[in-house]
Each structure stands twice: as structure tokens, then as C-alpha cells.
Design a protein around this ligand. Structure first.
Ligand SMILES: [Fe+2]
Length: 332
């Protein structure tokens, strides 16, 4: 549905037309943010229990837009957890836990306290995929703003990793389709620190607890079948089987690809807002352009099976395949 909203220029001299497009996703209304990524979602009150039909609609919206934003939702931590749970593909083991965090929230092991003092730079400012360092990386991140937010700045940027892959020359796609790269928390230090964990005892423990893992550089989305670029500037350090100079050059080129503005959207935060994104489909980066404290709370759903590469399945793009997870992971 197209809608054209009439606004004015603020000084009473004239009017302009605001072009907006909305889509219906079941009972939800989605207003896309960019042609290829992101939508603001309305038509749901998350302070009330989420019905199975609403959960289906939210999941469908997320698969379609990759990032969905819900505003003015005054939910508590239990309701935040309930929302995240609908995106978990493994109901027996729904959440990805961050046990090395500096400020754990009592009674909510699943919630990561995302805090920045507005002074110290963190690796979150660099394009990345949450938890790609894990053997079974987490899937959906559900990030909720609190009342402690900068008055200006601190936006979160998202890029479609599918678009980044699609935009590569065919020769480059062929070159990387069968390659794997190492992901490790330790690489984050090389990338520019890791918030309060940099050089700390907890960081050293985390590096030992989670040794480097090799993931396909091209990831096949397990629900849509779409190919995405799955290397990121924070956690990916080297291409398996490639000498260091060649690996560095290739990764630098691919990290740069994700930063093309055409692939991106930008979220300007408000209080009581929620951003849900699919780590299998996007990369994201915070912005460090603020000087006041900023606190959000994040829940991330657990991974479900290994990261699939193009060689792991016969993929037709956007076929909405549901691929059974491989054995050997933390599946039931
Ligand atoms: Fe992140």
C-alpha cells in the first residue's frame, strides 16, 4: 500500500508530501526503512501476551526485512525475554548467554547489559556479527533501549550481508564460496579493543574458553536459503589455508564491501524502543558519536546447527528452505 502524508515545512510557508510505503504482515503494519533492509513495525502491544499468530507475523516480518524496529513499547525484562523467545528455533535451549559480561543482571542470565559510558570506545563501533566467534553462533538479537540514552547520537547501523554478497563480482563469489575463515574473540583486540574486556582477565579467560572456530565465508541462511557474506571486521582474523598477506588483503576487501551505503539502514534510537535483527542476514555497528551514558539490554537467541556454506546444501536463493541442522552441535 502506498500512502502519501501531507506535512509542512515548519514555518507555515508551505507543504510537502512525505512518501511512505506500508505493507501488511498479518495483523502487523510494516513501514520499510530502506528498499532492501529494515522496517518499523506497528500494530502490536508487547505488554500483552504475544499470540501464536502474532509470533508468526513477527517472524515473517524479520525474515522479510532482516531488521525490525518496534517503538514505544514499555516492556519489562520478563516481557523482553518472552519476545526474544518467539524467535528461538530451539525451544529447549532458546538463548545465547554472555557469561563474561561486566554487569550481569541478577535473575536474567539471558540478558546482556549493553552499557557504554560515552567516553570509552568499544569494538561495537566496528561492523560485526554478534557472537560469530562461537562454534554455533547466535541467531536473533533483540535489543531494547532503556531510559539511559544519549540525547543525540548513538545510532545503530545495519547492513544487509546478502546484498554485500550479491554485489560482489562473480569471480570473487566463486573465489570465496568454498573458503572458510577463523573467528575468535581474540581478534577483537586487534580490531581495536573490546570495551571493558580489552586486555582484562575476563578477556583472557574468554579467549581460552572459546578457541578460534572456522566458519564458511559465505553463509547460507537456513530459513531463506539466501547467501550472505559471513566475515566481519571484529571477530574474523584469517582465511583458512591462505598466507597472511593474501588473507589480510582479501578480508580487508570484504570488510569494506559491507560498508557500502546502499546496503545499509540506520536506526535512530528513542527510549522504550526495540530492535530485532537477524545475525544470519545482517552485520551491524554502533556509532560512538555521543558523550553521555548509553544503556540498552540485549537478548540473543541460541544458534541452531552449524553455519551452513554453499557446499552444505543445494540452495535456490529465497526458496524459504528449512534445512535440518547438522548433527554434532548442541541440538536436542
Ligand atoms: Fe553487536
Amino acid at each position: 500500500m502506498d500512502s502519501r502524508l501531507r506535512g509542512n515545512d515548519g514555518n507555515g510557508k508551505g507543504q510537502y508530501l512525505v512518501m511512505s510505503v506500508t505493507h501488511s504482515i498479518g495483523s502487523l503494519v510494516a513501514t520499510p526503512i530502506q528498499p532492501n533492509i529494515g522496517a518499523e513495525i506497528s500494530g502490536i502491544d508487547l505488554t500483552l501476551p504475544i499470540s501464536p499468530a502474532q509470533a508468526d507475523d513477527l517472524r515473517a516480518a524479520l525474515l522479510r526485512y532482516q531488521v525490525v524496529i518496534l517503538r514505544d513499547q514499555r516492556i519489562d525484562r520478563a516481557q523482553h525475554t518472552a519476545l526474544a523467545r518467539i524467535f528461538a528455533r530451539n525451544p529447549e535451549d532458546p538463548f545465547f548467554y554472555s557469561d563474561t559480561q561486566a554487569r550481569p543482571i541478577k535473575g536474567h542470565r539471558e540478558i546482556l547489559n549493553v552499557y557504554a559510558d560515552g567516553v570509552t570506545r568499544t569494538a561495537a563501533d566496528i561492523w560485526h556479527t554478534d557472537g560469530s566467534w562461537a562454534e554455533c553462533p547466535p541467531e536473533i538479537s533483540v535489543l531494547r533501549s532503556t531510559e539511559i540514552m544519549p540525547s543525540l547520537g548513538g545510532d545503530t547501523c545495519f547492513a544487509s550481508a546478502g546484498d554485500a554478497y550479491d554485489g560482489l563480482p562473480d569471480a570473487m563469489k566463486t573465489r570465496i564460496d568454498g573458503l572458510r575463515a577463523l573467528h575468535w574473540k581474540g581478534f577483537a583486540q586487534k580490531a581495536g579493543g573490546y570495551g571493558g574486556l580489552a586486555d582484562s582477565k575476563r578477556m583472557e579467560e574468554a579467549k581460552r574458553a572459546y578457541p578460534p572456530v572456522a566458519h564458511p565465508m559465505v553463509r547460507v541462511h537456513p530459513e531463506t536459503g539466501r547467501r550472505t557474506l559471513f566475515v566481519n571486521a571484529v571477530y574474523t582474523g584469517e582465511v583458512v589455508g591462505m598466507d597472511q598477506a593474501e588473507s589480510d588483503a582479501l578480508l580487508a576487501l570484504l570488510f569494506n564491501e559491507v560498508q557500502k551505503p546502499d546496503y545499509q539502514m540506520r536506526l535512530r534510537w528513542t527510549t522504550n524502543a526495540i530492535a530485532v535483527w537477524d545475525n544470519r542476514a545482517v552485520q551491524h555497528a554502533a556509532t560512538g558519536n555521543y558523550t553521555e551514558p548509553r544503556m540498552l539490554e540485549r537478548i540473543t537467541t541460541a544458534g541452531y546447527g552449524s553455519v551452513l556454506g554453499p557446499g552444505d546444501v543445494d540452495v535456490t536463493a529465497n526458496s524459504h528452505l528449512v534445512i535440518p541442522a547438522k548433527a554434532g552441535t548442541h541440538l536436542p
